[in-house]
Design a protein around this ligand. Structure first.
Ligand code: ADP
Ligand code: MG
Length: 322
């Protein structure tokens, strides 16, 4: 299902939280809303869900208008046919896994074949043998999967995720990233995923919308966001950036210690070294900024090293912000 936001805005108590926004979420895509805390990600997601009404604009699901400020259309959340997965899982502690997943169907009085449908949703997340457990008898990852089963049991065309992995520890998060992305793709769902974690966004998404202060600065593939950031804000927020000037940068992999013809040479002092296991992250002082070099060899702190930069990989951002 394609979701289209047209000229959406939102203010809370006089504060503009979402600037006039146009955004299209392609059918079948995994689209992530990425940005720092407070930039309006949850507000945008809640407006898509129907949990919050925009001040202006329209929201389209394929050819149906689900919200229009002008035409006073506002389809309630339960009629939008979306699944929703929250950050804290929001499972009922006094209900079994089965009842938690069945809850959405019962609430909609959509109980035909309930047992089979709940069992199918639990099988999709590999929890078919856990249906009689209570949430406190499950690990964090399993609780996350129950929340996902509950979102998909209503067979939504689209699932909205609000920072669903942030309550999990680092290792589990990484595992769940893959698991979630794989499930979404296997079930051919459209996914709108909110996170402030750029690694999560980069690794899971077909498209990323980078938000800053209620403005979509860029909506693009992860590769374009990384290699062709539209603004300096996007460049800073996603990936490591080494700045040559206020609007010119390169990524660490464009720089090497190996003398290479056609590359620009700089002799720079080493100011800090961090061992990352697979490589050293070396900070170099260039004028008044720090550059990050990834190197297999450990230079001495205080040493001056010669680095070579691929001029083809220098990125120009036209502006700071949209
Ligand atoms: P994010 O999810 O990106 O962290 P939010 O969408 O939750 O950001 O919030 C964006 C801004 O809107 C924040 O400044 C927040 O304080 C404000 N905000 C969100 N919801 C409300 C509300 N119901 N009433 C007043 N202010 C709100
Ligand atoms: Mg939020």
């Amino acid at each position: 299902m394609e979701i289209r936001l047209v000229n959406i805005t939102k203010t809370f108590g006089g504060n503009r939280v979402i600037a006039p926004t146009d955004l299209t979420i392609e059918s079948g895509s995994f689209t992530t809303l990425l940005g720092p805390s407070g930039c309006g990600k949850t507000t945008l997601l809640r407006m898509i869900a129907g949990l919050e009404a925009p001040d202006t604009g329209e929201i389209w699901f394929d050819d149906s208008l689900v919200f229009s400020a002008e035409k006073r259309i506002n389809l309630p959340p339960e009629n939008r046919g979306l699944g929703f997965v929250f950050q804290d899982f929001a499972l009922w502690p006094h209900m079994t896994v089965f009842e938690n997943v069945a809850f959405g169907l019962r609430a909609k009085k959509d109980t035909n074949g309930l047992e089979v449908r709940v069992a199918e949703a639990l099988r999709a997340v590999q929890l078919e043998n856990f249906s009689q457990r209570y949430p406190h008898q499950l690990s964090g990852g399993q609780q996350q999967r129950v929340a996902f089963a509950r979102a998909i049991v209503i067979e939504p065309a689209c699932v909205l995720f609000d920072e669903p992995l942030s309550a999990l520890d680092a290792l589990l998060r990484e595992k769940m990233r893959r698991e979630l992305a794989e499930l979404v793709s296997r079930l051919r769902l459209t996914a709108v995923f909110v996170t402030h974690d750029q690694t999560e966004a980069m690794s899971m998404s077909d498209r990323i919308a980078v938000l800053n202060g209620g403005v979509v600065e860029q909506c693009d593939t992860p590769e374009h966001i990384y290699l062709r950031p539209a603004t300096t804000f996007v460049a800073r927020f996603v990936g490591k950036s080494n700045w040559l000037s206020p609007t010119e940068l390169f990524r660490p992999e464009a720089m090497t210690l190996t003398p290479t013809e056609g590359y620009s040479k700089y002799d720079l002092p080493v100011t800090a070294i961090q061992y990352m296991g697979d490589a050293y992250e070396v900070l170099l002082q260039y004028q008044d900024v720090s550059w990050m070099l990834r190197s297999g060899r450990k230079p001495a702190s205080g040493e001056t090293v010669s680095v070579y930069i691929d001029p083809q990989k220098i990125i120009h951002c036209e502006r700071e912000h949209i």
